[in-house]
Ligand binder design. Structure first.
Ligand code: EPU
Length: 331
């Protein structure tokens, strides 16, 4: 089956077998070991790069329910099926005046993948509002529940991406939202997009975030990409000070202090390497946000994206001594 329209990068690849299920009963009834191997479970295909045709089965969840579970004082718990579009959940929350998810507006992808990837934007990560994650265990064929702490959320990382990879199929996620006024506006761009006004409702923040995203990130319906291609690297303070010294007194090197070290935006380093807009075959470094690689012509081959990736990694390593790591999963 052709997967070109099932990966937002628009790579022209296919798989031997494609299976969708829309209920837990359906999932339990599948003989996963009897399907063409290997079996790869995907979401909306918005954070991955197919590097070649997939020889086995691609599995996809269509479990899409959204179920408010009740109230705990100011909090509302909502269980959402793994196959639901993440932004539909965010829109649902904002339209009901519930706080917590608004900064994650317009992120492409589905709920299950959001819980694997710990998607994040504008100072909030999915892990901040996830209470627990329900999964089907492929080994025991039983349902298991992971509480937030068991998910070991970090910057774009989780248990499901590491030790749990391949074993657990997320079926639904329980989120915690709040009725209490609690906007998170620390990310500078949000205040600017709000025009200096204090937001009244989650929808006000959603509009501001949407405005920033539309200005910086390619519209998935027009230009293929998988969002940020690299993670922002965290380096030691000494290393950062060397970069600062080399940049000279007139250049302000953007950075954020974290408990692990100094986070320096990869976008800034890629731009300083003169690679903003660089093209290699059909692939290009997006000219409005160099952290994104785009399928500029719509015809980019996986090899071209991979070659551009290597060129960027080599240039940043050479100039700054920093190793960039892809954020996009390579399949
Ligand atoms: N910058 C440049 N040149 C540019 C653009 C940005 O130098 O052309 C520098 C600026 O210093 C800017 C900094 O990079 O302040 C950060 O840029 P931006 O706010 O656009 O965020 P980012 O670090 O590039 C991360 C996430 C995005 C998320 C934004 C906002 C990662 C890998 N990416 O990008 O997530 O939307 O912050 O929170 O952490 C994604 O994961 O797919 C994604 C889009």
């Amino acid at each position: 089956m052709d997967l070109t329209r099932r990966n937002t990068f628009g790579m022209k690849v296919s798989c031997a077998c494609y299976v969708e299920y829309d209920s837990l009963e359906d999932l339990f009834s599948l003989d996963l070991d009897g399907l063409p191997q290997p079996v790869f479970h995907m979401g909306a295909g918005s954070n991955l790069l197919f590097t070649r045709d997939w020889p086995g089965t691609v599995l996809h969840s269509c479990i899409k329910f959204l179920r408010p579970m009740g109230l705990e004082e100011d909090e509302v718990l909502v269980e959402v099926g793994a196959g639901a579009v993440f932004d539909s959940f965010v829109e649902w929350a904002c339209s009901r005046g519930l706080w917590g998810a608004e900064n994650l507006s317009l992120i492409p992808g589905e709920v299950g993948a959001a819980a694997v990837q710990n998607i994040g934007a504008y100072g909030v990560e999915a892990g901040d509002i996830i209470v627990r994650v329900n999964c089907f265990d492929r080994e025991t064929r039983e349902m298991v529940t992971f509480e937030n702490a068991d998910c070991r959320y970090g910057y774009r990382s989780s248990f499901f991406k590491e030790e749990g990879k391949g074993r657990y199929i997320i079926t639904s996620v329980l989120f915690r939202l709040s009725r209490k006024y609690s906007p998170k506006l620390e990310y500078g761009g949000i205040r600017a997009a709000l025009g200096g006004r204090q937001p009244m409702l989650p929808d006000d923040v959603r509009r501001a975030v949407s405005e920033i995203r539309r200005a910086k990130l390619p519209d998935p319906s027009e230009t293929g990409s998988a969002g940020s291609f690299f993670k922002n690297p965290v380096i030691s303070r000494e290393h950062f000070e060397r970069i600062e010294a080399e940049a000279g007194p007139d250049v302000r090197v953007p950075h954020f202090d974290t408990p692990e070290g100094v986070k320096v935006p990869a976008a800034w380093m890629i731009e300083r390497c003169g690679l903003k807009g660089a093209q290699l075959g059909g692939a290009a470094v997006y000219d409005k946000q160099p952290l994104v690689i785009v399928n500029l012509t719509g015809q980019a081959a996986p090899e071209e994206v991979l070659a551009l990736e290597q060129r960027i990694i080599a240039a940043v390593k050479e100039r700054f001594g920093v190793e960039l790591h892809p954020e996009v999963e390579h399949i």
